[in-house]
Design a protein around this ligand. Sequence first.
Ligand code: CA
Length: 384
Amino acid sequence: MKFRQHVLLPLFASSLMLLPFAASTAAAASTASAQKAAPKKKAKKAAVRKPVRKSAAAPKIDYQGKQVDLAQWESVSLFADDMVRRHGYGREEIDALIAKVRFIESAVQLVKPMPAGKPKNWQVYQSRFVEPIRINAGVRFWNANADLLARAESEYGVPAEIIVGIIGVETIYGRDTGRFRVMDVLATLAFAYPETPNREARMAFFRSELENTLLLARKFNTDPFSLQGSFAGAIGMPQFMPGNILKLGVDFDRDGAVDVRDSAADAIGSVANFLVEHGWRRDQPGELAYPARVRAEGGWEKFINAGLSASNTQEELAQAGITTQAPLPAGEKFGLVDLQNGFEPTEYWLGSNNFFAITQYNRSFFYAMSVINLGRAVKLARGA
Ligand SMILES: [Ca+2]
């Protein structure tokens, strides 16, 4: 299994995530995914009585944080020793960097799991991403980058509409890339992660991403404190974690550096490369997913939450009572995708290998299906 660099998608999206251990994506805790749909009806009612305080529903986010003496902490000191020993930094150099880090309480709050709330609702989730503002921005992005998208499609075999779907869902094409200093949030989460059952694993992940941030800055000769991102340290248009920029980032405009924040070319190439490295197949026949029906008698439930891969044969699925109206491409395997709709009936789909490659970007069926639908909507709007 490949090491997953994705971060927990905690705040608002967590109640919508399909999988419990949402150790999400390259995209990690993307700003876009964390946006909360405003409770419209309530706001309207309130407006009748008095002017609505628009920000009332959103928590106040402190991007600046506060000065703390991290150098006092043993875990920080061990990290510094490690950077000196394994990567040849000077101890003074690391100490000077650590001294500049600010503690971001907002990041700690934002990674905490949300209390169980309303049931997951695919239609509500999707309506936040497949909507006119994002579609129009997608048309502009596609038009502005048509040659790059075509080149990525030919070099990586990933259709333009999938790349457009991902960058749109992540950040509305670079509009919401996050306003935290990556060094601050990663250090905060690496050394002061909140008490959760997976705390140790998450801290190890963020320590490794803090290390990657320093290596990234050194590699491209930039100030690590100039890097900005989400509360979980995801950077740029595609919300890549620093480790993914190092490992999977592509200098698609060939200017000598991977810059997923300011170069649409690098963002496009990096997203395509990410998908290929996570199993996307250029030659896959048929659709990414097929609407499916499950028989009333049951027998198919074992295929729910059975992992993020298309690993079931068509015979297995049919025998368990899962069928599609459209014929499936011969020999291809699939996985069952359930899209829960609150108190309405759940939608079922059979997801292909490439569908599940998208779930490696963010470990959620809702996410992958929204990417596909946004990309398709942009393509349609552009063609019209
Ligand atoms: Ca570049």
